[in-house]
Design a protein around this ligand. Structure first.
Ligand SMILES: Nc1ncnc2c1ncn2[C@@H]1O[C@H](COP(=O)(O)OP(=O)(O)OP(=O)(O)O)[C@@H](O)[C@H]1O
Length: 267
């Protein structure tokens, strides 16, 4: 069930205009344009090698396209690296979870919070005045996220000891600790069983609904994509071949042909 009817989708906050990216002779992205509106859930789909991860990496500053323009909150964004992208409000989770496996759930989420901390490391280490007050405020925010994602029972557990589905949830918690305006999710359901997928869907919808976070996600599970996305952009061999609501994309002949080799896109 899409929640598009109940949520208020806002203005465009991110535009990607005529983006082209090549690695040597390999054209990963060719002249791609699409936008992301505030509060929406925007999916990027396509077969293996279509350019989805490259697109996400362009959005969060890992890759810099040779051509094209990125407009974020109405301003052209030039040469921004991942740290600057994160500070400007773009957080992401990774296909292969990027957590500190030996550290507890709580410490991993606190690590995600460091971008928001103002006091320097020395002040924090000495628990000096403002640093102590700041740490208390950060811990409260982190505890709120832990409650929200229902992971209280594992807060002291080292991440490496957790089952895969829960590690993915902690990775989401770490990204949320940055209080991002745009959350990029790289295959959030990959490797999950049906129950874990249902939980993750619910959490993504709740984050979007209750925190108002805009979500851009790559996902191979078509059922999930069609269920939770407001709009879907479809890539194939680095080119955009479809863009629209799940219903529009489902009915797009080129998408059906190129993406599914003639099979109908899942309802
Ligand atoms: N760092 C890189 N160096 C060289 N080529 C790359 C690099 N990253 C991606 N590519 C190439 O760019 C193309 C698009 O890859 P990309 O990983 O973006 O696709 P994808 O749609 O995310 O695929 P998948 O679903 O398999 O993750 C592929 O041909 C890939 O081999």
């Amino acid at each position: 069930m899409s929640t598009a009817q109940t949520r208020r989708i806002g203005d465009v906050i991110l535009s990607l205009n005529n983006i082209s990216l090549a690695f040597g002779g390999v054209k990963a992205l060719t002249d791609i344009s699409f936008d992301v509106r505030q509060h929406e859930i925007r999916a990027i789909i396509g077969p293996n090698g279509a350019g989805k991860s490259s697109m996400l990496n362009v959005i969060n500053g890992v890759y810099h396209p040779q051509q094209g323009e990125i407009i974020f909150r109405g301003k052209p964004r030039r040469g921004m690296n991942t740290y600057e992208a994160a500070r400007s409000g773009i957080a992401r989770t990774f296909q292969n979870i990027a957590l500190f496996k030996g550290m507890t759930v709580l410490d991993n989420i606190m690590a995600g919070r460091t971008l928001r901390m103002k006091s320097n490391f020395l002040m924090q280490a000495l628990r000096f005045g403002p640093a102590e007050r700041e740490e208390i405020a950060h811990r409260m925010k982190v505890e709120e996220i832990i409650d929200f994602l229902e992971i209280q029972h594992i807060r002291k557990t080292p991440v490496g000891q957790l089952p895969y589905g829960l590690q993915k949830r902690v990775d989401l918690a770490r990204a949320l600790a940055m209080e991002p305006e745009i959350l990029l999710l790289d295959e959030p359901m990959a490797g999950m069983n049906v129950e874990e997928k249902q939980d993750m869907c619910r959490f993504i919808l709740d984050v979007n609904d209750q925190f108002g976070t805009t979500v851009v996600l790559i996902e191979h599970d078509m059922g999930v994509v069609m269920d939770i996305s407001d709009r879907v952009v479809v890539l194939d061999y680095g080119k955009k071949i479809g863009d629209g609501t799940p219903d529009e994309v489902r009915g797009n002949e080129e998408v059906i042909r190129a993406y599914l080799g003639g099979e109908k896109v899942a309802a």
